[in-house]
Ligand binder design. Structure first.
Ligand SMILES: O=C1O[C@H](COP(=O)(O)O)[C@@H](O)[C@H](O)[C@H]1O
Length: 232
């Protein structure tokens, strides 16, 4: 629908301000509805944000956190987004939050997606907060260019929930929430850092082909405004 850019002097200022804005949205959700839900991304960008956010004073026991996407790997794998969140977010005051993983200890990613869909059915209708990242190839969540289920994952009519994704640039098989599960978040954030990501964003904004750069699905079609938080 729309996107709005919030620029900060550096990554510290970005993390501090975004953590404050997220904490406010979570607190407002708790005041309004008695609980709050948030889906966060993995990757290298959110560590500082998670550290800052974990220290915020709110009733974390009423907050359920899940992942926007995950690799089909157990939580002790260094590439696990669950491990990242456990190390950098589920600590300090945020140690009291509830966490719902996408990975499940079952034989296939397909089975894990079905279980994760069931287990998250009550928490994201819509999510109070969704924090998206973006890769250099224009992927967001696990909506990868060339992904085997990309068309279904970014379809505005796809069911809410988690599905699988395989793509050349993705490494392990992935689990990802579908576009409709994420795009109507009450606070929908795209968190990116560095000049290279800014250039990727500008390229995405200049075109329309969602299969070339799946982030365009969010930028152009999300029912919620995409709040872009960026620092050089
Ligand atoms: O693969 C992934 O990467 C993106 C972006 O990661 P970054 O390292 O460039 O910050 C991330 O948003 C996604 O959740 C993750 O699975």
């Amino acid at each position: 629908m729309a996107a709005r850019l919030h620029s900060f002097a550096d990554a510290d200022a970005l993390a501090r301000n975004l953590a404050t804005d997220i904490a406010k949205h979570l607190s407002d959700a708790i005041s309004a509805r008695g609980s709050a839900s948030m889906a966060v991304s993995g990757g290298s960008t959110p560590k500082r944000l998670f550290e800052d956010l974990s220290a915020h004073d709110l009733d974390w026991s009423l907050v359920t956190i899940t992942l926007v996407d995950e690799r089909f790997v157990p939580a002790d794998n260094p590439r696990s987004n669950h491990l990242l969140v456990a190390t950098h977010l589920l600590k300090n005051r945020a140690a009291a939050a509830n966490f719902q993983p996408l990975y499940q200890n079952v034989a296939s990613a397909l089975q894990a997606a079905a279980i994760a869909t069931e287990k998250t059915a009550d928490i994201g209708n819509p999510f109070d907060v969704v924090i998206l990242g973006m890769g250099a190839d224009g992927h967001t969540a696990s909506f990868f260019p060339g992904g085997n289920h990309l068309a279904r994952a970014i379809d505005a009519d796809a069911p809410r929930g988690v599905m699988t994704m395989e793509a050349e640039g993705a490494g392990e098989e992935r689990l990802t929430f579908t576009f409709p599960s994420l795009a109507d978040a009450r606070f929908l954030v795209l968190h990116i850092e560095g000049d290279a990501k800014k250039e990727v964003l500008e390229k995405a904004e200049a075109g329309t082909d969602v299969f070339e750069m799946p982030i365009r699905a969010m930028l152009n079609r999300a029912p919620s405004t995409v709040e872009i938080y960026w620092a050089p």
